[in-house]
Design a protein around this ligand. Structure first.
Ligand SMILES: [Fe+2]
Length: 342
């Protein structure tokens, strides 16, 4: 359903206020060919009304010929900033960067953040942005979860479907997404609310069962039968089941990259306006699936790169797989029970 410009301008102003945008700050709006025009136009107005000094930076699209789908989150290779010194300089000179093209997992993004700019990713369509617009309460919930995860040494996940997974944590930083970014050098994503970290090297072990109805991203499909994955010493060593397992295995094999099978971020969803069902109601190209990634109580695990956490793996193959009905514990203390945050 269409969203009025007025509502989206107001939503931007609310989010930019949470981002502590102040008059006179340098704001860079990063766009590309597939950026949503209404998102950009309304952001321009909101930034202007709040006194931000606006630069709009349009970069060419990239990776379309090598990605295996049109999903922006499905291929995480080099970005349009690679080798583009003027664009990088503009971003580094900004106080706030709003990314409507999706620059995940790049050394260039790390350089921008290290320079002190704060970055907010916003690539979902207007109606999803509005429904899942962040609040201060989302920030509080994510902060509490991130602090608990930050103290943890071990993470274990079980489910009635057969998942029994464990890993040591603490080697890599905690990823906290709350939907807005209010700290120098911070990065966040509107709309999101989740926490995660990366397993310590070679410690992820056990069984992950993707049950019927669980979601595979970037496939943007609900599994129609269980898939059983065996994880040993940090890597997925077996993917078993029927057609769904064969499809997943074949997709990951197509990258011809052993790092595609590494376990990547693990954590849980905290967004109470995100829904497991949303993906089933949408055209698959109309969303990147933030409902699926962040619905409250999911166990979101992933495979592939860990370079944005400071690791060495930069494979472009990245699966995000939110499981329902899991119980997640940190050092033996439960934080979710059967898919409910406690
Ligand atoms: Fe991910």
């Amino acid at each position: 359903m269409a969203i009025s410009d007025l509502d989206l301008v107001q939503a931007w102003k609310d989010v930019l206020a949470l981002c502590k945008l102040t008059s006179g700050e340098q704001v860079c709006l990063l766009a590309s060919d597939d950026s949503n025009r209404q998102v950009i136009e309304t952001a321009r107005i909101a930034i202007g009304q709040m006194g931000g000094i606006l630069t709009i930076l349009t970069l060419p699209p990239l990776n379309g010929d090598v990605a295996l789908s049109r999903d922006k989150s499905g291929f995480v290779g080099k970005t349009a900033l690679k080798g583009n010194a003027p664009a990088l300089a503009a971003l580094k000179a900004s106080d706030l960067v709003i990314d409507t093209m999706l620059l995940l997992f790049s050394p260039e993004q790390e350089a921008v953040l290290k320079g002190g700019a704060r970055m907010l990713l916003a690539v979902e369509p207007p109606e999803i942005l509005l429904r899942m617009k962040p609040t201060a309460e989302d920030g509080r919930r994510a902060d509490i979860a991130a602090a608990r995860l930050g103290r943890a040494c071990t993470l274990r996940v079980t489910s009635k479907a057969g998942t029994d997974f464990r890993c040591a944590v603490g080697q890599y930083p905690v990823l906290r997404q709350k939907g807005f970014v209010d700290q120098r050098g911070g990065w966040d994503h509107w709309p999101s609310c989740l926490v995660a970290t990366w397993p310590n090297e070679a410690t992820a072990e056990g069984i992950l069962v993707i049950d019927t109805g669980d979601i595979l991203l970037p496939f943007k499909r609900y599994a129609r039968e269980p898939i059983r994955l065996t994880v040993e010493a940090g890597f997925i060593r077996a993917i078993e089941g029927g057609f769904e397992a064969e499809f997943l295995r074949s997709y990951m094999d197509s990258f011809d990259d052993p790092d595609a099978y590494a376990m990547a971020h693990v954590g849980w969803g905290l967004h109470d306006r995100a829904h497991w069902t949303t993906l089933g109601l949408y055209d698959r190209e109309a969303t990147i699936g933030m409902d699926a990634r962040s619905f409250i109580g999911n166990f979101l695990w992933s495979s592939g790169p860990n370079n944005e956490a400071g690791g060495s793996r930069d494979t472009p193959c990245h699966m995000d797989i939110p499981l329902r009905g899991c119980s997640l514990s940190l050092d033996g203390e439960l934080v979710t029970v059967d898919g409910r945050v406690i």
